[in-house]
Design a protein around this ligand. Structure first.
Ligand code: ASP
Length: 417
């Protein structure tokens, strides 16, 4: 069975198991089962994921930034596409945050009642800003201070590409570390069905069916935010910068959207994305060849939306009120986290750990939404890939690099992708 299906089976079985035991949760044997089996299995899985985060963030962001060194050569296009990517991602998170605050999917159930979490007090804004600069990067790594690690990683990446040849060995080491961590992610994800089973069972035994309603609402909010972003933000860009009909545009890129939805991987979809760009949108090959792989690596609006909604949702469940300055921190952290997210299934959830830590929420809270991750991963990946094509079309237009085919017969006749 495919991993995604196995995770789903783990989720359903965990929910059923939890519902079965909910009424007898006070009995000794259920308490023992929780202490010696269900909780340890769930926690082991979360620990394994946390193990990957620090080295992965350091390696992926450093390598990503270092490879942007080439952008100087491509100059203008690079500047434009990165601006588009950054602006759309920031808008995406804000949409996610607003919807999550307004709809409040986590307000009905209150995990804080179980007494497991005491919110940390938020430090003053200037301290937060100053704290971004690490005094000792090794210490930041050891403590897992994500914002400091990112700042250091970005600076390291910039300097590696500025130094050039003599810094190459370091880049190779970090590239190796990055690949190894991605492999390790895959390996840990093999255990996800068991982890998800245990985490779901524990959540439902503790919280009852109420939590399921919150989870369903969480999924609805993520999907709603994604749709709003696709219709208004992308729709606006396609219309005003791309100069084409929005519906027609989405029809032309639908092959890439479908592949992204089913594989939940921007990286795996890349060949189809590039084909859509060239054949269905008529964007010059040299533009797409540069902007699309870059987008598949750093431009993840869907992931950013999901991370914003998740932080607010989990804070609501934990009974924590996020302050305005914490919201700003989430915007910065989620922008960076989405840039650092690899285009593979589940990667956005792992990077969510970093966003939670940036505002002092417990990483273990990810366990609550882990079971339903695939359902939101498919949609956010679809949006990640669409965003790459939207921005590429816009930049392509400003460069006179689009020869939009008059008809899309190629698409509907199946001649194209
Ligand atoms: N699966 C997403 C992608 O490949 C990343 C994520 O997990 O958010 O685009």
């Amino acid at each position: 069975m495919r991993l995604a299906n196995r995770i789903f089976v783990g989720l359903i079985l965990g929910v059923l198991f939890g519902l079965m035991l909910y009424s007898v949760r006070e009995t000794t044997w259920v308490k023992n089962l929780m202490t010696y089996f269900i909780s340890p299995v769930g926690d082991a899985f979360i620990r394994a994921i946390r193990m990957i985060v620090v080295p992965l963030v350091l390696a992926s962001i450093t390598v990503g930034t270092a490879s942007l060194g080439d952008i100087k050569k491509i100059g203008r296009i690079g500047g434009k596409i990165i601006s588009f990517y950054l602006v759309t991602t920031t808008i995406a998170i804000i949409i996610g945050l607003i919807l999550a605050v307004v709809i409040a999917p986590g307000a009905t159930a209150d995990v804080a009642k179980t007494g497991t979490f005491t919110p940390r007090e938020a430090p003053p804004i200037m301290t937060t800003i100053l704290n971004i600069i690490p005094i000792n990067p090794i210490d930041s790594l050891a403590r897992g201070d994500m914002l400091q690690i990112i700042v250091f990683a970005v600076l390291l990446g910039i300097t590696i590409s500025a130094v050039g040849e003599t810094a190459k060995p370091l880049l190779n080491v970090l590239e190796g570390l990055n690949n190894a961590m991605l492999k390790l992610t895959m390996m840990v994800m093999e255990l996800a069905p068991y982890g998800v089973f245990a985490l779901m069972a524990r959540t439902v035994i503790n919280q009852g069916a109420q939590i399921l309603i919150s989870l369903a609402l969480f999924i609805v909010v993520v999907y709603l935010a994604l749709i709003i972003h696709a219709v208004f933000v992308y729709g606006g860009i396609v219309k005003f910068f791309g100069g084409v009909s929005v519906i027609d545009f989405y029809r032309r890129i639908s092959p890439a959207m479908l592949v992204a939805f089913t594989t939940a991987s921007s990286a795996a979809t890349l060949p189809v994305t590039m084909k859509c760009s060239e054949e269905n949108l008529g964007i010059k090959k040299e533009i797409g060849a540069f902007t699309l792989p870059l987008g598949a690596t750093i431009n993840m609006d869907g992931t950013a939306i999901y991370q914003g909604v998740s932080v607010v949702f989990l804070a609501q469940l934990l009974g924590v009120d996020l302050t305005m300055s914490q919201m700003l921190t989430v915007i910065v952290a989620a922008t960076l986290a989405s840039i650092g997210t690899a285009g593979v299934p589940g990667a956005g959830m792992i990077m969510l750990a970093m966003v939670l830590e940036s505002v002092g929420l417990p990483v273990s809270a990810i366990g609550i939404i882990m079971g339903v991750d695939r359902i939101v991963d498919m949609a956010r990946t679809c949006m990640n890939v669409s965003g790459d094509l939207v921005c590429t079309l816009a930049v392509g237009r400003t460069e006179n690099g689009v020869n939009y085919p008059a008809t899309i017969e190629a698409v509907s006749s199946g001649k194209s992708v």
